[in-house]
Design a protein around this ligand. Structure first.
Ligand SMILES: [Zn+2]
Length: 523
């Protein structure tokens, strides 16, 4: 059954206009495959007329099968005063051999006269002839009306004439683009209604987020009669970005309750969003609506208390619907309820009445006062809770260590010596690294893998240092946060000390200890 609202993804074309976003051809193919598996309706792969990389992408895409999505090549109408058959850029669109071709054309007379430097009549001919040519070659044609709203504000009659020219020539979708991103939702609503009254077929919407209205404007257009939304994952795009599809898709499905991408796919939305960030080598934005790590985080004590009693009291939707999770943030604002919920999230079976709770809370408060923070150090927090609930000897103890740094020619070399005790046995290792923490990590691990094989999988993925204030008159303290991964999950650990190496060692020890007890704690 045809979806009520079609989703058109342009992460691979408009998204790559964004600062810091670059994809290799291989990256683009992997993303396209993920988008297809997700159930995206259209994937715009690139603009073959603008760069060789995109030509290469479409060349390689010919050997792939897309099961759910239709691949689109993007380009423009023919050049002025040229026969469409003779236009190289249009020829490249056919060479891409995609089922869908999307072309953009001018709505705004300012652009027609001053940028294209042609007549209003020639612009209409450029639109109609290009659409007709592509239709004759069997393409499904999406016509992107550039500056549709600015053009409409300027000369309503001419704007409508350009859209109708595309539709009469056979365009399957006429997409209204807020190219400069400066329109307001009520303007978008009114002008989309006007387009709806003057067009027969499907109307699309393509918005940008220049004034923070990208998603709101797309939703307004749906209200006005559009039923095809163009945008990018995570809102990638030029300037402040495109309309964010990671917000649009759940809004369409869960708030507007219209059929669109498969609802079960939305359960993997967070994963998809992260995959794209990782491929672009960008750090996921925790404040992204729906899929950000903070989207369902609770901090204030009363919120947490209420969430514990009635989940929906402080949450607009079940986070699992978009593959996200509820997080409880620990801070000294927090009380008993926060710890209980956090402990449950980490897999401990405790209630507000658990007797060890008081001591646990006091310990956290003391540590937070010293500069520890547990909001991103769930590994350290889990160890702390576990030690309070079921005291047992640690899996290993660092008896001694020594770190040295020396200059050898141009290279600086760090060496660490670590003495570790496991039960009755003692192990002594030396390792080199490109920094003191790296060397310490290598020596510690070398000493421990003999006893604990799973530590081979553990990798240090991030390392952050913050100097805490020294206003108390004592030496400044250093807080080290380490992120680790074993390939299946990630955890953070924390260390605080006047000495950065000591603080790092604490965080490293917690990380490895957590890796060893993680499995035990889950059961
Ligand atoms: Zn755009």
């Amino acid at each position: 059954m045809a979806p009520e609202i079609e989703i058109y993804d342009t992460t691979l074309r408009d998204g790559t206009q964004g600062e810091g976003v670059t994809f290799s051809v291989a990256d683009k193919l992997r993303i396209a495959e993920r988008l297809d598996a997700f159930g995206m309706h259209y994937i715009e792969g690139g603009w073959p007329g603008s760069n060789p990389r995109d030509i290469d992408f479409f060349e390689q895409a010919k050997h792939r099968t897309f099961h759910r999505a239709r691949l689109a090549a993007f380009g423009s109408t023919r050049r002025k005063d040229t026969r469409v058959e003779d236009d190289d850029q249009v020829r490249l669109l056919l060479n891409a051999e995609t089922p869908v071709v999307t072309i953009f054309g001018k709505t705004w007379l300012l652009h027609v006269r001053e940028v294209l430097q042609t007549t209003p009549e020639e612009n209409l001919a450029m639109i109609a002839e290009t659409v007709r040519f592509l239709k004759e070659h069997g393409k499904f044609v999406v016509y992107d009306a550039e500056h549709a709203f600015d053009g409409c504000k300027d000369d309503r009659g001419y704007a409508v004439a350009t859209w109708q020219a595309a539709e009469r020539a056979g365009a399957d979708v006429v997409t209204l683009c807020d190219t400069n991103g400066g329109s307001l939702p009520d303007e978008i609503l009114e002008m989309t209604r006007h387009a709806r009254a003057n067009l027969q077929g499907r109307i699309g919407i393509h918005t940008h987020d220049d004034i923070g209205m990208g998603v709101a404007n797309a939703i307004a257009a749906l209200e006005g009669g559009a039923s095809h939304v163009q945008g990018t994952l995570n809102g990638y795009g030029e300037r402040t970005g495109n309309c964010n599809l990671t917000s649009v898709m759940p809004i369409v499905s869960f708030k507007l309750k219209k059929s669109s991408v498969p609802e079960e796919s939305l359960g993997q939305l967070k994963e998809l969003s992260q995959f794209v960030d990782e491929t672009a080598n960008l750090r996921p934005n925790p404040r992204l609506p729906w899929v950000g790590a903070a989207a369902f985080s609770h901090k204030g004590g009363t919120h947490v208390n209420a969430v514990q009693k009635v989940i929906r009291s402080y949450e607009h939707i079940d986070p699992a619907l978009v593959g996200n999770k509820r997080h409880v943030l620990i801070s000294d604002l927090a009380g008993r309820s926060n710890i209980v919920m956090k402990a449950r999230e980490l897999g401990f079976d405790i209630t507000n009445q658990t007797p060890e709770l008081r001591a646990m809370l006091d310990r956290i408060k003391v540590l937070e006062h010293q500069g520890y923070e547990f909001e991103s150090a769930d590994g350290s927090l889990a160890l702390l809770i576990r030690k309070a609930l079921t005291p047992s000897p640690p899996p290993f103890v660092v008896d001694a260590y020594h770190v040295s740094v020396r200059r050898d020619g141009d290279a600086s070399v760090c060496e660490a010596i670590v003495k570790v005790r496991v039960g009755e046995e003692s192990e002594h290792r030396v390792a080199e690294g490109d920094g003191p923490v790296n060397a310490l990590d290598a020596a510690l691990r070398a000493a421990l893998v003999r006893y604990y094989k799973p530590l081979r999988q553990v990798k240090l993925t991030d390392y952050k240092v913050r100097i805490l204030d020294s206003t108390s008159g004592t030496a400044a303290r250093t807080r080290v946060l380490i992120e680790s991964s074993d390939g299946t999950s990630e955890w953070g650990t924390v260390g605080v000390h006047e000495n950065i190496v000591e603080a790092s060692l604490q965080a490293l020890v917690d990380s490895l200890e957590y890796a060893l007890t993680k499995e035990v704690m889950k059961t």
